[in-house]
Design a protein around this ligand. Structure first.
Ligand SMILES: [Zn+2]
Length: 120
């Protein structure tokens, strides 16, 4: 279980409890608290969906890395990395699954060419 899955479960439980509280407040004529609790339900529901998406992405990245370590050449994920999605493809992070983008960066655990250029 990833931390994202735990957060998803927590947000879901919170949303259900707040929904029950909002319903109870509405039934007893306390409409202002019911609306506030209803807003909390929306926020926690969005958080639960967001954590679900993060969990799914992490599982896909782990599966991609496992397949790559076994010698396979899996296709890149869509989007290839979260930074590419945020930057509209202008930048890629260290967990990028698009192998063609790796040529622009130094391979991990090797000496960086930029350091050699600075020395000369
Ligand atoms: Zn990328």
């Amino acid at each position: 279980m990833t931390p994202h899955r735990r957060y998803q479960h927590g947000a879901t439980v919170g949303a259900v409890l707040l929904a029950a509280t909002a319903t109870g407040a509405g039934l007893y004529g306390m409409y202002v608290p019911a609306v506030v609790f209803g807003f909390g339900v929306l926020v926690l529901t969005e958080a639960a969906f967001r954590e679900h998406r993060r969990h799914q992405r992490l599982v896909l990245e782990h599966d991609w890395a496992r397949r790559r370590s076994q010698g396979e050449t899996p296709p890149p994920l869509t989007p290839c990395c979260l930074l590419a999605r945020a930057s509209k493809g202008e930048a890629h992070d260290h967990k990028c699954t698009d192998v063609s983008q790796w040529a622009h960066h130094a391979e991990p655990h090797t000496s960086a060419p930029a350091a050699q250029d600075c020395a000369s």
